[in-house]
Design a protein around this ligand. Sequence first.
Ligand SMILES: [Zn+2]
Length: 230
Amino acid sequence: MNTSTSRILSLALVASLAACAGPRLHDRTQTAFSPRGAPVSVTHEQIDQPLRGKCIVVDPGHGGKDPGASAVDGSREKDYNLTIARLVAQQLREAGATVVMTRSSDKFISLDDRAEMADRHRCDLFISIHADAASNPSARGATVYHARGALAASNHCGEELLGALHQAGFAHRGLREAGFRVLMGHSRPSLLLECGFLTNTSDAANLSNPDWRARISDAVCSGVIAALQS
Ligand SMILES: [Zn+2]
């Protein structure tokens, strides 16, 4: 890694921390440090609004008459998707992005209508938030999907999102291809994140925990910043 790459990574890290840590780190600083410890000047814009000028469509999966998967305790995927998507949307807005949500309440929206929003807003990234289910109760962990034959941009965003989840310590099953309509039905870069399995005891407990949901939202935001900045 050369010096300028290190410096860019250092700036990106400062930006990610400031943008994603919410009120905890909103005690702003104007000085960042290069890997060798020399101060470098960073503007408020770079720190606070690394996603300025970017448009992101956040898609909470399911909704209304379509509950998605269910946990043994009766909690429903559509509710977790919306809760996590709202946290992600809020943090992306704080990072300067224009964020469009495909739904912001418990409402049914067709897959085609969701996909159409990606093209209509010419978004830089469409990200769909889901929780998984499997007949095998031991299946667990987050999964990042991009479309079959995905755009290079989708692939890049997927790698960055997966890297952020990995770095934050989330169990995951890697970056995979899928033919989901919300990924294939438009021409914009897109990802679908399955946060974990409602059919797995430990994942279901995580999904029901507000602190865990805040942490995965932080990681998603860091991944999106890393993807769209580089
Ligand atoms: Zn789902």
